[in-house]
Design a protein around this ligand. Structure first.
Ligand code: FPP
Length: 243
């Protein structure tokens, strides 16, 4: 074993398994600035960001984290120039094509958000990919045309259509898009901004938050391991008094 593998192993050992999050979520910010710093078009930042997305999502599963959610495209991102929106959609298409052509049963994929805007072949591809590996123990949620407030309204509208006249927190928790997984223990935002941007508004009630200045295309599993070591030392009290 080379020195680099040894160092990597040491890092992952410093994350106590019992303190590993079950569900981790990422706000993948900073692609545009990463490209600008290099004199490249913003779309080049998204291309690099898409590579890093796969490395990080799959790296988290390898560490033993059961669910990963990434914020790929918000309901507000349609305001960006058409060229940029098209480039992000193309990256998603490419990722879906890759997933459909490889025999990787490590995780199942769920798109979360308002999928009514996705039609035809793209929508069909999304459904085919979601049907893969139904028994996989890991889940990757990709938030696409997603807004946290819209998700809560969507859940409430389901409850209304079911005839409910009074609702509980459990009712909403069981109708949100990520209801099959526990709420995220940890939400990491790259790119230096300190805000949640309408991401997982319901689920984040007791999530630990982590903000890093690292731009998403520069983000690495080494940094994830360092963040997890620190997360493992945090005391989560959920409104109680703790130890
Ligand atoms: C935010 O950075 C990033 C996005 C709005 C898009 C994120 C998309 C990807 C990482 C590619 C997704 C691909 C797949 C396959 C999931 P920004 O552009 O707002 O960066 P800036 O703040 O530096 O301008």
């Amino acid at each position: 074993m080379g020195i680099f593998s040894l160092l990597k192993k040491k890092h992952s050992e410093s994350v106590l398994p019992e303190k590993l999050p079950e569900h981790i979520a990422f706000i993948m910010d900073g692609n545009g600035r990463w490209a600008k710093k290099r004199g490249l078009a913003r779309t080049a930042g998204h291309t690099q960001g898409a590579k890093v997305f796969r490395t990080i999502a799959e790296g988290c599963f390898e560490l033993g984290i059961k669910a990963v959610t990434v914020y790929a495209f918000s309901t507000e991102n349609w305001k960006r120039p058409k060229e940029e929106v098209d480039a992000i959609m193309l990256l998603l298409e490419q990722y879906m094509t890759e997933r459909l052509s490889e025999d990787d049963a490590r995780y199942k994929l769920r798109f979360i958000g308002d999928e009514s805007v996705f039609v035809g072949e793209t929508h069909e591809k999304m459904k085919r990919i979601e049907a893969l590996n139904p028994k996989a123990e890991n889940t990757l949620y990709i938030a696409l045309n997603y807004g946290g407030r819209a998700e809560i309204c969507h859940a409430v509208n389901i409850l209304i259509s079911e005839g409910k006249t009074s609702i509980t927190e459990d009712d909403i928790s069981s109708r949100i898009y990520t209801s099959a997984s526990p709420d995220p223990d940890l939400i990491i935002r790259t790119g230096g901004d300190v805000r949640i941007s309408n991401f997982l508004m319901w689920q984040s009630a007791y999530s630990e938050l982590w903000f890093t200045p690292t731009l998403w295309p520069d983000f690495t599993m080494d940094e994830v391991r360092r963040i997890l070591s620190s997360f493992g030392c945090r005391e989560r009290r959920f409104g109680g008094l703790g130890k």
